[in-house]
Design a protein around this ligand. Structure first.
Ligand code: CO
Length: 150
């Protein structure tokens, strides 16, 4: 089911999200909906608070594939990249943000199994953007020049 994407100004986007502790059917249904919502919006990533649920779960869809990260945590961040970014919760805008070039995260999947992953380039940018959402941070807080998107 496609869910409504919350827009900037809604306080749920500013919450520090809760850790996921139950890896049940409700979580699976939420993730399925987030995947469908992300695909329909043609975005690179979506965090649970963006559909109004303040828990630590994000989905990312990039050239490397589709990923679900539950309770993701950075292990390290390396280098620097500067580029354009947008957000499905800040419609019609884009901004230039500096992010790490390469990150390593640990996370759980929808069953609760633990994994680690290294992302670089745009994948790393998407991971950083989505993890920020879990702490109530929007890219516009970090962007140099938020402008109307082309
Ligand atoms: Co976003």
């Amino acid at each position: 089911m496609i869910r409504e994407i919350v827009q900037v100004g809604d306080p749920v986007l500013r919450k520090k999200c809760e850790k996921v502790t139950r890896f049940d059917g409700e979580l699976a249904a939420l993730l399925d909906d987030m995947k469908e919502t992300l695909k329909a919006a043609e975005g690179a990533g979506l965090a649970a608070p963006q559909v109004g649920i303040p828990i630590r779960a994000v989905v990312v869809d990039v050239d490397e594939g589709y990923f679900e990260f539950i309770n993701p945590v950075f292990v390290w961040q390396k280098g620097e990249q500067t580029g354009a970014e947008g957000c499905l919760s800040v419609r019609g805008k884009a901004g230039t943000v500096t992010r790490p070039e390469k990150v390593r995260i640990v996370f759980q999947d929808r069953k609760g199994d633990r994994y680690a992953l290294v992302a670089r380039g745009f994948f790393a940018r998407a991971v950083c953007h989505e993890l920020d959402h879990l702490d109530g941070i929007l890219y516009t807080d970090k962007a140099k020049n938020v402008r109307d998107a082309d």
